[in-house]
Design a protein around this ligand. Sequence first.
Ligand code: MGD
Ligand code: MGD
Ligand code: SF4
Ligand code: MO
Length: 704
Amino acid sequence: MTATHCPYCALQCGITLQGPAGATTLGGRDFETNGGALCRKGFSAAKLLAHPDRITSPMLRQADGSFAAIDWDTALDLVAGKARGIREESGADAVAMFGSGSLTNEKAYQMGKFARLALGTSRIDYNGRFCMSSAAAGTNKAFGLDRGLPFPLADLDKAGMILMLGSNVADTMPPFVRHLQTVRERGGLVVVDPRRSATAKLSAEGAGWHLQPTPATDLQLLLGLAHVVIAESLMDTEYLAERTTGLAELRSSVSAWWPERTAKITGVPADQIRRTARALAAAAREAKNGGHPVYILTGRGIEQHSNGTDTVTAAINLALLLGLPGTLAGGYGTITGQGNGQGGREHGQKCDQLPGYRKIADPEHRAHVAKAWGVDPEMIPGPGIPAVQLLNSLGAEGGPRMLMVHGANPVVSAPDANQIFAALRRLDFLVVADFFLSETAAEAHLVLPVLQWAEEEGTMTNLEGRILRRRAAIDAPGEAKSELWIFSQLAQRLQAPGNFSPNAVEVFEELKLASAGGIADYSGVSWQDVDQGAAIYWPCPEGNAISTEPGARNGTPRLFLDRFAHPDGKAKIIAVYAPNTVPAKQISLVTGRLLEHYQSGAQTRRVDELAAAAPEAALEIHPSTALAHGISDGQMVQVSNQRGTTIARAKLTADMRLDTVFLPFHYPRDGTANLLTSPSVDPFSSMPEFKHAHVSLNPIEGES
Ligand SMILES: Nc1nc2c(c(=O)[nH]1)N[C@H]1C(S)=C(S)[C@@H](COP(=O)(O)OP(=O)(O)OC[C@H]3O[C@@H](n4cnc5c(=O)[nH]c(N)nc54)[C@H](O)[C@@H]3O)O[C@H]1N2
Ligand SMILES: Nc1nc2c(c(=O)[nH]1)N[C@H]1C(S)=C(S)[C@@H](COP(=O)(O)OP(=O)(O)OC[C@H]3O[C@@H](n4cnc5c(=O)[nH]c(N)nc54)[C@H](O)[C@@H]3O)O[C@H]1N2
Ligand code: SF4
Ligand SMILES: [Mo]
């Protein structure tokens, strides 16, 4: 029996695997985040291991468009040859890489190093840009450090009140809900979502409440909440004076957001705004007198907007006004999404970043990492460009001519998918490493078969910043190979400087050195301790004593208790501003997730029971809105705007606002929600506007 963790989301539920390849069975394991429970996706994950769709040898596109199996030497020679040739002709930035928050820490680290040293390119970014970038930008600005939950998840078990904005954990992380049980019983769960989501129902059907704003007006709502706290003198003045800077500007920035005005824009009634602000302040006051802690949590619903960073900042400001972050009375946290969404944003696959959450533009940071890599700092290229810009620059004038994709399916998951298709087709050479022929792999010139989670060794960092062991239980089918091996083979062929070990333990040892002294410091984390199940949270500098006793927490389980990570030790309140415009009377599309499918669906659409439960894109629409558009339940609908058209089956539900429809983004071809989303990005995080677009609706005659 092998103890490991689920391959999918950042909750990283504990699981066990038993039996040989081809007949592996999976069970829930008692681990702190899931207590033995699993969601449907995790529970069925083993069905993908010996799946008939597995790619079992490198595959090269032929002149007639089909793929033919080739051997690894030929494939690796071809990749190295193309990379060298294109670099000689067009410069090092003509070869690009696109990574993933699904990769283990070791693979993410090695990929960043491979891009900079073996390819010499600055053109690397990853799908975490679509996920955590706004929250990361907001928390970095406010606290000087970005770790999704700056406290253990289990701290929520004791909560007296939780304000949850734009997160639907009841569908996206079902075992998370056990940590909300007590706060629900206390009537303290308040959910903000334009949909009456499964999570919103948890609040509304208990003694908590649900705020159902107009999509993309959370910034105004948060300014309105802050207004009430300040106007009614409900803030924690002592905390603000001791632990923060910037209060004065915040005061003036929220002064105009009185509840009635906020209500006009957000659609949330003024009395509900007052009720929520007062309840939060009362709960926070109680928490500091020995009561139950209070948390403000955010998810992609408020972060995936072109003002996502400002909205996160406004959420943090509210938490700071209440005196919560960096205390045992509660705090602010963002719920990280992908399996290694946390570790994936620390080790250097972001275009502006080096391992240890270091900055690639900072001379001292470059010098440290260059030393760990055994190279001259001059050899490390400067900052590249973020995901949306990178993908759209492919094959364009002066843009990359070759791309290597590891762990992403941007044809389905990147915004304005028609443009992404066009960009990939402009490339001279597209290499996709995957275990399935995803929609993006289907566009490739060369596909490299890689290991799945149950076939590889490594570490992952979960939504709490806790480092976990991923363990190999079975052998991989056919010729599938580890990505560490692929990077090491290619590095040799490209005569890269530095060491590229194919062994996860060796790479982890190097990652520790490279991260030492950085923000995300792993230097005191030992592979053996993680292997034995020690609960270790970064930062964990060298010399930290580690206990493997059950219940012991090592490293830094709770951040900021003494000081925030800015040089002055204080949290920065940064005033943010929002337009005072009433949203246009148009149908808003919001996108998001279903319980049954994971991301682009490349994996879960291949699990029979999940595919059967949610076989095609369904458009959630209010019955009255449907009636007004001549749409009946089950009818096929064209959802369109200037960027494209998505075809989906109408699902009438009173859980929607009248002005809003919902599409999941898990489906390919004409069911792809991202045919409609805008590539415009947040100025700080480069997060695209996934969660809001205007659309028109047209029923397709006879199609129901
Ligand atoms: N089943 C499943 N679980 C997953 C994943 C998956 O693909 N499928 N992916 C994982 C990953 S990578 C991530 S990032 C997480 C994401 O987890 P969540 O953030 O929980 O997921 P989403 O469904 O994207 O968005 C959450 C909610 O935001 C709401 N929303 C949309 N627009 C707005 C808005 O303007 N304001 C507000 N307040 N809310 C809005 C949506 O209605 C939705 O209910 O889930 C992880 N878990
Ligand atoms: N409209 C809309 N679009 C969205 C979102 C939204 O809410 N709305 N959410 C965004 C978010 S939060 C995210 S995280 C992105 C994610 O979107 P994607 O980047 O498309 O994520 P996945 O579907 O997980 O793609 C992962 C691919 O990598 C493969 N894979 C998994 N593990 C590995 C590995 O270890 N190595 C390699 N080489 N391959 C692997 C899988 O088989 C799959 O084909 O989508 C974003 N897109
Ligand atoms: S909640 Fe996330 S980690 Fe847990 S079983 Fe489901 S997908 Fe896996
Ligand atoms: Mo994500």
